[in-house]
Ligand binder design. Structure first.
Ligand code: NAD
Ligand code: MG
Length: 388
C-alpha cells in the first residue's frame, strides 16, 4: 500500500484528493490529514480514511479535534510544529494543499524524507523555488505540479527537450470581473470577487483569480518549475477555461492541453504519475463546445501581471516579498479595509520598500531566510495599509 498524506485536506484541493483516494481505498494507507477550522470535516475524513494522525493548524481547536476523534485511535495534534512532524513521517506521496506560505515548511519536510510532493501550494515555488528544488534534488524526491496550468505544461513536455520550447502560454479565465467596466473595480466587494465563473475553489485563490494575483503567482511558478526564460512565458485570457496551457516549440508546433475545469484531472495525474489511470472527469465533446475565445490580458485592469515580471527580473527573495505582501493585502481586502485595486498598490509599494532586503541570492536561501523576509514583508504591507 502506498503511504499518502494530504496537507490542507479540508480545502477544495484536499477534498478533491480525498475523492480520488476513496475510490481505491485498498491502495492507500493515509498517514496524515490536516486542516485548520473545519474540525468536523477533518475528523470525519480521518475516520473514513483511517488516518494515523490528524492535525489542525489552529492550537485553540485541539480540544475539539481530540473530542471528535475520541475512541478512534487516531492521533490528534495541533500547530505548525505538529504539521512538520507529521510531514516527516515516512510517506510515499504527499499532497501539499495548504493555502499560502504556511504550506512551505511541511512540503520541505516531506521532500526531506524522500516523498513525491504533489504541489498545489504554488506559494512554495513562488517564495522559495530554489530551496524547494534543491531540497528535492538532495533527497532524490520528486515534485509534481498540481496547478492545472503547470500540470498541462508538464504533460505537454513529456518526451520533449525543454531547449526546443519557444513559448509557454498559460491561460486565465479572467475571474469574476473580466467584463466589468474598469471604473467599477475600485468598489468591488470581497463577496463579488469570491465568485468564479468556471472553477470551484477556495475563497482566497478565487479572489486572486479576479485580481490575477493568482495568474501572477502562476507565471513565477512556471519560471521556477520549468526553469525557462521569463520572456517566453505568456498569459492568455480564455474565458471558457477548457485549454489550460499551451507549449510552443521551435518548429512552430503548439501543444495544447484541453480538458474540463476539474482539478481531479491534475491531482489524479500527479497521484498516478508516471502512469495514466482512468479518472472520473467529464469527457469533452468538442463539437458541443460552441466556441473557445482568447484575448490578451489588459495590464491596467490586472497590474499583478506586470508585478510578476518585475519579481522574476529581481529574483532571489523577491518572490517571498511579493507573496507575503499579497497575502496581507488580501486579508485586508477581505476584512473590508482596502479596495480591490489597492491590493496591487500595496504589493508594489512593499516590493519597492524591500527591494534591497530581497536581494539575497538563491544560494543564500534557507527556510529561515524565507520566513524572515516573509515576516518583514507582512509587517511592511500592514504599515503601508495603515497609512492609506
Ligand atoms: P482552501 O482555502 O479551500 O483550503 C486551504 C486548506 O489549507 C484548508 O485545509 C485549510 O484548513 C488549510 N489552511 C489554511 N490556512 C492554514 C494555515 N495557516 N496553516 C495550515 N493550514 C492552513 O484552498 P484551495 O483552493 O484548496 O487551495 C489550496 C492551495 O492549492 C492554494 O495554494 C491554491 O493556490 C492551490 N490551488 C488550488 C486550486 C483549486 O482549484 N482550488 C487550483 C490550483 C492551485
Ligand atoms: Mg491554476
Amino acid at each position: 500500500m502506498r503511504r499518502v498524506s494530504i496537507f490542507g485536506s479540508t480545502g477544495s484541493i484536499g477534498q478533491n484528493t480525498i475523492d480520488l483516494i476513496k475510490r481505491a481505498p485498498n491502495e492507500y494507507q493515509v498517514v496524515a490529514l490536516s486542516g485548520a477550522q473545519n474540525i468536523a470535516r477533518l475528523a470525519r475524513d480521518a475516520k473514513d480514511l483511517r488516518a494515523e494522525v490528524a492535525i489542525t493548524a489552529d492550537p485553540t481547536r485541539l480540544g475539539d479535534l481530540r473530542a471528535a476523534l475520541a475512541g478512534s485511535g487516531i492521533e490528534a495534534c495541533a500547530g505548525a510544529q505538529a504539521l512538520d512532524d507529521a510531514a516527516s513521517r515516512p510517506t510515499d506521496w504527499v499532497m501539499s494543499a495548504i493555502v499560502g506560505a504556511a504550506g512551505l515548511a511541511p512540503g520541505l519536510k516531506a521532500l526531506e524524507q524522500g516523498a513525491s510532493l504533489a504541489l498545489a501550494n504554488k506559494e512554495s515555488m513562488v517564495c522559495a523555488g530554489a530551496l524547494v528544488k534543491a531540497t528535492a534534488q538532495k533527497h532524490s524526491a520528486r515534485i509534481l505540479p498540481v496547478d492545472s496550468e503547470h500540470s498541462a505544461v508538464f504533460q505537454a513536455l513529456i518526451g520533449e527537450d525543454i531547449k526546443a520550447v519557444e513559448r509557454i502560454i498559460i491561460t486565465a479565465s479572467g475571474g469574476a470581473f473580466r467584463d466589468w467596466p474598469m471604473e467599477k473595480l475600485a468598489s468591488a466587494t470581497p463577496a463579488q470577487a469570491a465568485t468564479h465563473p468556471n472553477w470551484d475553489m477556495g475563497q482566497r485563490i478565487t479572489i486572486d483569480s479576479a485580481s490575477m494575483f493568482n495568474k501572477a503567482l502562476e507565471v513565477i511558478e512556471t519560471r521556477e518549475f520549468f526553469e525557462v526564460d521569463p520572456a517566453i512565458i505568456e498569459v492568455l485570457v480564455h474565458p471558457q477555461s477548457m485549454i489550460h496551457a499551451l507549449v510552443g516549440f521551435n518548429d512552430g508546433a503548439l501543444m495544447a492541453h484541453v480538458g474540463p475545469p476539474d482539478m481531479r484531472h491534475a491531482i489524479g495525474f500527479a497521484l498516478h504519475w508516471p502512469e495514466r489511470r482512468k479518472l472520473p472527469v467529464e469527457r469533452l465533446d468538442l463539437a458541443a463546445l460552441s466556441h473557445l475565445t482568447f484575448r490578451d490580458p489588459d495590464e491596467t485592469r490586472w497590474p499583478a501581471l506586470r508585478l510578476a515580471r518585475a519579481v522574476m527580473a529581481e529574483g532571489g527573495h523577491t518572490g517571498a516579498v511579493f507573496n507575503a505582501a499579497k497575502e496581507r493585502a488580501l486579508d485586508h481586502f477581505i476584512a473590508g479595509r482596502i479596495g480591490f485595486m489597492q491590493m496591487a498598490e500595496v504589493v508594489e509599494e512593499a516590493l519597492t520598500q524591500l527591494s534591497a532586503k530581497s536581494s539575497l541570492t538563491n544560494a543564500e536561501m534557507t527556510l529561515d531566510s524565507v520566513l524572515a523576509i516573509d515576516h518583514l514583508a507582512r509587517n511592511t504591507a500592514d504599515a503601508i495599509i495603515a497609512k492609506l
